[in-house]
Design a protein around this ligand. Sequence first.
Ligand SMILES: Nc1ncnc2c1ncn2[C@@H]1O[C@H](COP(=O)(O)OP(=O)(O)OP(=O)(O)O)[C@@H](O)[C@H]1O
Length: 247
Amino acid sequence: MLQVNHLYKSYKTGNTTYEVLKDVSFSIEEGEFVAVMGPSGSGKTTLLNCISCFIPHDKGEILLDGVNISNMKEEQIAKIRNEKLGFVFQDFMLLDGLNVFENVCVPKVIHQEPYRQMETKAEKLLKMFEISDIAGKFPAEISGGQKQRAAVARALMNNPLLILADEPTGNLDSRSSEAVIGAFLEAQKELNATTFMVTHDSFSASYCDRVIVMKDGTVYTELTNNGNHREFMEELLDVLRKMNGGE
Ligand SMILES: Nc1ncnc2c1ncn2[C@@H]1O[C@H](COP(=O)(O)OP(=O)(O)OP(=O)(O)O)[C@@H](O)[C@H]1O
């Protein structure tokens, strides 16, 4: 589904060039839920922004369902973002003037989809994420966990090939985080959704199939979940501790 091959990205500040991604390679299969973790400054957001086509990379390639989306033209990028990718952000990015139902429908409105079709799909997603009862409420009237579940529903409206989530539980307490991770897992189970999530939260990451750990702009290691999320969380915490120089 997603293949990242020998990706390099640097930022220029004045005369200085900072290499942030250095030969990053990995792949994600269809239907996988994968997290990327690592210390602050290790390049996680930069990696996500390159895959999202928000910023160009210097070298290497990014293949989405076999199509090379590296450094495409602006129009093509917009099409990929609208049709192939779904986004979930740390601060929800819901539109304050629209209710939950309308927010979830936004991607379909952009596509000018017939109302009845759009309504059926939105209702299905709201039900799946247990937010049907708040469909008529506005973002200011609902909890953070409910906002993020609405954002996950919105990301799924166009049946994207890949959902990109940037710290989706970063602003949530542990109960709400669990509900949001539950929404990603439900999307995986019911819709075979593929999700790539940047997170600092080992608890959330421990529900993923795989975790890619980054350090200094490279892939430090990849860990696979054996199905026991408690054991996986211990394993993750252990690797992060060791990487940070503990023991
Ligand atoms: N636009 C930019 N211009 C210059 N340097 C940047 C820019 N964006 C990020 N950086 C630098 O690139 C490095 C990697 O940043 P990035 O945000 O990708 O790391 P991260 O792993 O996501 O960190 P965090 O966990 O703190 O969000 C950092 O040293 C950062 O200061």
